[in-house]
Ligand binder design. Structure first.
Ligand SMILES: C[S@@+](CC[C@H](N)C(=O)[O-])C[C@H]1O[C@@H](n2cnc3c(N)ncnc32)[C@H](O)[C@@H]1O
Length: 173
């Protein structure tokens, strides 16, 4: 994504967006260090949308439970070994936040595990995270096992609910 014409940084004290030419190659880099479990930012600038897209984040298990981020947080890429969690588990949306899963140093790109929010992604992609436990194609949680999910630090509750539903669904022969 190239720099959008009207771009204004939303968290200039916390992050910088490194815009890269080419398809979806931009990323969000931390300007500060954070300890594991520390809250990095509230997820506060968003609107609900019924339409899932590559830039939306799922926030529940009902059809249309998606939010559109109107902040630099939209540039957080996926990693199979993420350093932050997008925690939208509270019923109180003012509690939704991004939290460090491990130590984050100034200069580190921020990454979260997309299947921790997304059951079935609108736009799957081949992961370039380069981690040892990289899953390859990222399509959402629906094709992953409980083991593959639970080793990523944090997964939102609706993903566990949807996984349970899938496991209890009678198979159609
Ligand atoms: C919400 S955007 C994140 C910001 C994006 N990098 C950009 O330049 O706009 C999500 C898209 O970024 C790309 N992306 C994110 N993480 C990736 C990864 N680990 N490997 C390859 N592409 C990734 C995918 O195209 C994905 O659909």
């Amino acid at each position: 994504m190239t720099i959008p014409k009207a771009y204004v940084p939303t968290h200039p004290e916390l992050f910088v967006v490194e815009f890269q030419p080419g398809n979806f190659a931009s990323r969000l880099v931390s300007l500060k260090s954070f300890e594991a479990k520390e809250t990095i930012a509230r997820i506060s600038r968003f609107t609900r949308t019924p339409h899932a897209a590559y830039h939306t984040v799922q926030c529940g298990s009902a059809l249309g439970d998606n939010i559109e981020l109107h902040s630099d947080l939209v540039y957080v890429n996926h990693s199979c070994e993420p350093n932050v969690a997008f925690d939208l588990s509270s019923k109180d949306t003012s509690q939704w936040h991004v939290r460090a899963l491990k130590q984050v140093k100034a200069g580190d790109p921020l990454t979260f595990f997309y299947p921790s929010t997304e059951w079935k992604m609108a736009q799957p992609f081949d992961c370039l995270c380069g981690s040892k436990t990289c899953l390859g194609r990222i399509e959402g949680a629906f094709i992953l096992s409980a083991e593959e999910l639970s080793s990523r630090g944090f997964v939102n509750p609706w993903i566990w609910t949807q996984l349970e539903r899938k496991a209890n669904k009678p198979r159609v022969e």
